[in-house]
Design a protein around this ligand. Structure first.
Ligand code: F3S
Length: 656
């Protein structure tokens, strides 16, 4: 039997381990990426490791999320991130160059390479046949040391695409349909590999949309073959010489097979408050007033996305009740839209063009009004994601967003254009993009880099380092959460909060701020505590602050029904033991402030089975640890930083 593309890439990067799904593999990482609101902790960790230079082929630090500069904190962070990148041989994508995933796909992604990025939407790079995996910031610091990275060998799902998207139907509908079928945790431990005759009808940015939102299914990654469409894209980026054809074998074996006929799709919408809550727009019976429409983000910020939105809006104007904004994903796209007249069309229709940054997607600006309805082309609609706890966020394609902005309520391109929607088929990606790398700072030669002084403003505090698990742990429950707690619930997004992420003592005061405003104070008073979670605990953004802040507040374990992949890794990296209920019904018996006791904790961790005594209620329950041997070592060493240093010393790469 032949091999899937994913297995081929993993095999070509394999250092050790078994390529059996669920087992650990250790792989050499070629490229890393980070972004400004997650990365300060990554580079503080890298500085502590003591290497002179990043040992990857390419590492990129993107300054793209928080460009509002509401006070000194974020500009200080950006100066730190720039100087630390210069010191350690890392590219810097300056503010204004674009959003990390689009910039990386346009300027750095290479078929067959392996990318790890400190952002959950890193799988976007799968659009060009590069295996791209979102991880926590500490994992990126580890990858930058050049040590092989641990990866749980995924199951590979073949998604056989047939047919062709109808006009007015976007690649967004493909991934919304995937979410509808697979759900937000159905992708756990899987890579979705898109193949079949429908693939060649999708241009690279369309593939990016699909790979990007595979993250919402909890998938390890999503990937497309590097075919003639990718070759054309790379040639249009003046990077044709870096193209390498990559495809699965014709008789490739897969763990699961799905069929998706592109021609069968119609405009879809994800209803609040989960991205898998998907229905056809045509099925909606209520048509409330929409206050905000946001087009763009890393998911749908491409040239074609905006050109199609502009065509839908041509000759119309944004409804008087709607604030419609556009966040274009990169500078080269912006310039092309300007040249081709689409920017004019958007502005004439009343669209407000924003910074080339993430912005509204992570609540950095454009927070909806009280009880407001916001329709967005971004990827997440969790409660609070837009910065308002009572807003309702709906996810759609750019064509539907444009139509909604005009109608003032939910609509698709078909409602505005009728038969004219066929004109949308005439829009394609440019044959050649505006290549201008003046906003990329290249790594300095080593001798110059050594002289760079890393500048840290007063908001950049220390990286807290956890302790090893205690022998006998006695502490109370500091929080009992429902199902699907997201990292946005744990560490709120927004301009104000994002700028605190380099200062854990400050940021930790806002831990769980919107979900349980008393949590931070309670956890601090308890000194040590345990969090109880439901299903899919820690879903969403990769932000490791959702692990660092609770750790700083004394949280020692999370016991949940299930824990999302990236967050589970972040918990272990930062010394919080992730445990699962052996019997999920025990969740119902526990209450806030119950006193729990775990005897011989390190020994029980080694057995992967931990008995917890609820002293308040007088009963015991069992938990399991679904961890590999390598993950167990990280936990027992007291987190990834200590573990990594131990490894580097053992290998003689750094001195004690
Ligand atoms: Fe940025 Fe939102 Fe994507 S925060 S990286 S545009 S998910």
């Amino acid at each position: 039997m032949g091999e899937s593309l994913t297995r081929k890439i993993i095999k070509s990067h394999l250092d050790s381990g078994s390529m059996t799904p669920g087992k650990d593999v250790f792989v050499k990482v070629d490229q890393t990426l980070t972004h400004d609101i997650n990365a300060v902790m990554t580079y503080l960790a890298f500085e502590q490791i003591g290497l002179k230079r990043a040992r990857t082929e390419i590492s990129v630090s993107n300054l793209d999320h928080n460009l509002l500069y509401i006070d000194f904190k974020t500009p200080d962070d950006h100066i730190y991130l720039r100087t630390v990148a210069e010191k350690y041989g890392v590219y810097v994508s300056r503010p204004g160059n674009g959003i990390c995933h689009m910039v990386h796909t346009q300027r750095f992604a290479i078929p067959g390479k392996l990318l790890m990025g400190g952002d959950s939407h890193t799988p976007s790079g799968g659009a060009v046949g590069m295996l791209s995996i979102g991880v926590g910031g500490m994992d990126v610091a580890t990858a930058m040391t050049g040590l092989p990275m641990r990866l749980t060998m995924p199951e590979i799902v073949k998604v056989n695409l047939t047919g062709r998207l109808r006009p007015g139907v976007n690649a967004k509908e493909v991934v919304l349909e995937m979410l509808r079928r697979v759900t937000i945790k159905g992708g756990l431990g899987k890579v979705f590999e898109y193949v079949g005759p429908g693939v060649e009808t999708l241009e690279v940015p369309e593939r990016l949309t699909i790979a990007n939102m595979g993250a919402e299914m909890g998938a390890t990654s999503s990937i497309f073959p590097a075919d003639s469409v990718v070759r054309k894209f790379m040639e249009a980026q003046d990077r044709g010489d870096q193209f390498v054809p990559m495809a699965p074998d014709e008789d490739a074996e897969y763990d699961e097979v799905m069929e998706l006929d592109l021609s069968s799709l119609e405009p879809l919408i994800a209803l609040p408050h989960q991205p898998d809550n998907v229905v056809p727009i045509s099925s909606l019976t209520e048509h409330p007033v929409v206050q905000q429409v946001f087009m763009g983000s890393c998911t749908n910020g491409s040239y074609s996305d905006f050109a199609k939105a502009a065509l839908v809006m041509q000759g119309h104007h944004v409804d008087e009740n709607v604030q419609c904004t556009a966040g274009i994903a990169s500078k080269q796209i912006y310039k092309q839209l300007m040249k081709d007249g689409y920017l004019d069309m958007l502005i004439d229709a009343g669209v407000r063009i924003m910074e080339l940054s993430c912005g509204p997607c992570c609540a950095i600006g454009q927070v909806p009004p009280t009880n407001g309805i916001a329709v967005r082309t971004s990827n997440r609609n969790f409660r609070g994601r837009a910065g308002s706890p009572n807003a309702n966020i709906y996810l759609v394609s750019p064509e539907s967003a444009a139509a909604t902005a005009i109608k003032g309520t939910f609509a698709s391109a078909w409602d505005i254009m009728g038969e004219d929607a066929k004109k949308l088929w005439e829009i394609h990606e440019p044959d050649h993009y505006f290549i201008d790398d003046s906003m990329l700072i290249k790594p300095l030669p080593e001798e110059e880099a050594e002289k760079v002084q890393v500048i840290k403003g007063p908001n950049i505090a220390f990286l807290p380092v956890p302790e090893k698990p205690e022998k006998n742990l006695q502490c109370r429950i500091s929080l009992k959460g429902r199902d699907n707690i997201s990292t946005d619930d744990i560490t709120p997004a927004g301009a104000e909060f994002s700028s605190m992420r380099s200062n854990i003592p400050l940021m930790s005061k806002y831990c769980y701020n919107r979900y349980d405003p008393e949590f931070s104070e309670r956890a601090r008073e308890l000194v040590k505590s345990i969090i109880i979670g439901g299903e899919n605990y820690g879903q969403g953004s990769s932000r490791e602050h959702a692990a660092i802040n609770p750790m700083y507040l004394g949280v020692k374990c999370v016991i949940a029904k299930s824990i999302a992949r990236i967050h589970k890794g972040n918990l272990m990296n930062h010394g919080i033991v992730p445990m699962l209920f052996e019997n999920p019904e025990d969740y119902d018996k526990l209450e806030l402030l119950d006193e729990l006791e775990i005897e011989n904790f390190p020994e029980q961790i080694k057995a992967r089975k931990v008995t917890v005594r609820d002293k308040t209620k007088g009963f015991s329950f069992d938990c399991k640890l679904e961890i590999s041997d390598a993950e167990m070592e990280i936990i027992l060493d007291g987190g990834q930083l200590k573990h990594l240093k131990k490894q580097l010393i053992e290998k003689g790469i750094i001195k004690e």
